[in-house]
Design a protein around this ligand. Sequence first.
Ligand code: DX5
Ligand code: ZN
Length: 217
Amino acid sequence: MSIRVIKVAPSILSADFSCLAREIKKVESARADMLHIDVMDGHFVPNITIGPVVVKYIRRVTKLPLDVHLMIEKPQNFIDDFVRAGSDMITVHIETMSLAQIKKQKSKLSKRNIKLGISLNPSTPLSRIKSVLNFVDFVLVMSVNPGFSGQMFIPAVLPKIKQLRSLFDGDISVDGGVNGKVAGRIIKAGANILACGSYIFAAKNTKLAIERIRNAR
Ligand code: DX5
Ligand code: ZN
């Protein structure tokens, strides 16, 4: 049984953007641990979402840590902008960056006290991230093909999470298709941060939805 604190990161991609501040307050008062912000460029993934300007305004309405998930090509060209906008955690995809670039970004971000995470798509093997595990702060395991909220959790990633936990002692985040039903298996496999969009924002009782994920075993 895991003794790690389980954290829940609502993904605002499922929020109503016409009243984003209110949606953020809603998950904040329902005891979210951080906000997961999905940045997509229409190139790395087949969808376009938001950029640094939105992160800047989100920063003004919440004290929650901002966990910014970059699903974009050439993330190194944009990281500074997202840092200036107020990100606390930046996740880049192993499919988009070289080892040298990741190392360079890690040292820049460390100086500013910002955490760097590495993410991998469901079809990307763990072997691809082995060389970065000793210096990144966390790993974000994709449990859907990135691009959209509301997809089904891919159970084939569970053994990947388990294997990763045997290799890596830092935070393991899981993103995509998380709900009250699958959360227990994800936590048992060794993850301790659960990013979750549609299940939380569609819930009638937001606090209960977050608690169900946090307390699932
Ligand atoms: C998918 C995004 C996820 C997504 C999660 O590309 O990275 O963060 O918003 O949404 P749900 O929980 O609905 O799958
Ligand atoms: Zn995400």
